[in-house]
Design a protein around this ligand. Sequence first.
Ligand code: SF4
Ligand code: SF4
Length: 165
Amino acid sequence: MLGVKFKEILDSLFLKELVSGMAITLRYMFKPKITIQYPEERTPTSPRFRGVHVLRKYEDGEERCVACKLCEAICPAQAIYIEIDETSRAEKRLTKVYDIDLFKCIYCGLCEEACPVEAIVMGPYLDVAFENREDRFYHKDKMLTNGDKWKPVVDARLQADAKYR
Ligand code: SF4
Ligand code: SF4
């Protein structure tokens, strides 16, 4: 008992805990940093990462989506709402409205799996913040814009995963 007390006194006299803490700090000071400055810096993500959706176009800028509504039908959360552009039927069916409710979406990726023309694809980011409830809807224009913006990442992702599809 006395031995234990004496050891405690010695430890506190020589600031043993403080010195060992400082030693750990010094050791990690010269190692490569493991934290990142989010959102400027990002950790790598798998080609199968399921971020917020994008709508893709063909190389000539034509919309891929043919308004077949398969994605809407398969969505288990009923998060997709599509209206067909009735004026577009003659040459190619297009959507007039294409909304995804991100409050409902569970990021299962089934819409992407169902799409016959790889129009709807899960994007590389999941950074979604809303200032009001209406912002939770991802509209067609926004998804097309994101599709253009993230095209290189999305194309690389589809290519990397192609042999498993
Ligand atoms: S990821 Fe799943 S839940 Fe979300 S819109 Fe697509 S099918 Fe629906
Ligand atoms: S995104 Fe694909 S599955 Fe959905 S309506 Fe358009 S073509 Fe059909």
